[in-house]
Ligand binder design. Structure first.
Ligand code: SAM
Length: 344
């Protein structure tokens, strides 16, 4: 088949540059329908495998998640009939060897139904489990083992179904709302942003490293790194959360990064400073000596204006000292993207 359709998730603010980005990659792509302000149905004249290959080689920065659409149709609104309508559609597209690991990811967008996406996931998952397939509930497994994903999206009375490998989907879960409302005992929302970046970038952190955290206040990223076992030097004129203040593994330098010089070098630098992305690039370059050879850095680029140009300019600056390995708009990013760098 030479045509394919997808549902993509993105930050509404980036919609126009996302369109430009996708068109640059694939001239045949067109936006068919808005499902919500952050979800759209797109079409391409290329096949699924061609588009997935293309996106694997040149991963779009501004796509948070993509699912293929292989079947569409109407639901009725009652659980008993809808779960069978969906299961029948799924049966037509799912092809995996017995014993394969799989995940079911359902989303319900703008539909007032008596059942939840979880109800559907449990039903579909149980059906396949009973037939000898292995359900996976772990984000880590979904990311690192590249398992099969059965994706379902319901919008009003329309359903969309897809089947892909998790790496094709560019993220490990599909439901932005569910992911971003997960709360634990975070110091700041930013904590989940770093956790998502570590997962999507497949960064295995060592247990005993040293890290420099720029723009650390109130301390979400510092906490994530300390919990991994890092000794963290946290730089910010602002305060760290009280729970971090007496932690022997944290040194808080209560000033701007521009006022500091480091003699030591760190295993990792993370940077979430809310400053112009080009200045972020200059600061990161000036700190490259403070990062060990081939050390990694994770940096957010804040994009309140000229997003696409700003990313290009910041990348050009960073390229002087770093290989810019990945740049992605993640579920926890708003008007910003997150970059993975490695010192040259
Ligand atoms: C988005 S917040 C960081 C949140 C933090 N990553 C967390 O997890 O809690 C941005 C921080 O950057 C800090 N910042 C901005 N410019 C800075 C600079 N030049 N040097 C150090 N920190 C800076 C601000 O004070 C602010 O606290």
């Amino acid at each position: 088949m030479n045509k394919s359709a997808y549902i993509i998730t993105f930050t509404p603010y980036f919609k126009n540059i996302l369109k430009a980005e996708l068109t640059d990659l694939d001239k045949s792509v067109y936006f068919d329908k808005d499902i919500s302000d952050s979800i759209a149905l797109i079409n391409s004249k290329k096949s699924f495998s061609k588009v997935f290959d293309l996106y694997k080689k040149n991963t779009p920065i501004f796509v948070k998640h993509i699912m293929p659409v292989m079947r569409t149709g109407k639901i009725t609104g009652t659980l008993e009939s809808d779960r069978d309508i969906l299961l029948n559609g799924i049966r037509e597209i799912v092809e995996m060897a017995k014993g394969s690991k799989f995940s079911v990811q359902c989303r319900i967008v703008d539909a007032n139904l008596s059942y939840s996406s979880k109800d559907l996931e449990v039903y579909i998952g149980n059906m396949y489990f009973n037939e000898g397939y292995i359900p996976s509930f772990s984000d880590k497994e979904i990311l690192n083992e590249d398992i099969f994903v059965i994706s379902v999206l319901i919008n009003k009375f329309d359903y969309y179904i897809g089947f892909s490998k998790s790496s094709d989907n560019l993220n490990f879960q599909s439901d932005e709302h569910r992911i971003c409302s997960r709360t634990g005992r975070e110091i700041s929302r930013a904590e989940n942003k770093l956790k998502e970046a570590l997962a999507v970038f497949k960064m295995e952190l060592r247990k005993d490293g040293s890290a420099l955290d720029l723009g650390a206040s109130p301390g979400g990223w510092t906490k994530v790194l300390v919990d991994y076992g890092y000794k963290v030097t946290s730089v910010d004129p602002g305060m760290l959360d009280i729970s971090l203040q007496d932690n022997p593994n944290i040194t808080h330098l209560k000033c701007k990064i521009e006022d500091l010089k480091f003699k030591e070098s760190f295993d990792l630098i993370v940077n979430d400073m809310n400053i112009d992305p080009q200045i972020t690039g200059d600061i990161m370059n000036s700190l490259s000596e403070a990062l060990k050879e081939k050390g990694y850095a994770i940096v957010t680029l804040k994009l309140p204006i000229r997003p696409r140009e700003s990313v290009k300019e910041a990348t050009k600056i960073l390229n002087m000292k770093y290989d810019v390995l990945k740049i992605r708009s993640l579920f926890h990013n708003r008007q910003e993207v997150t970059a993975l760098l490695r010192k040259k």
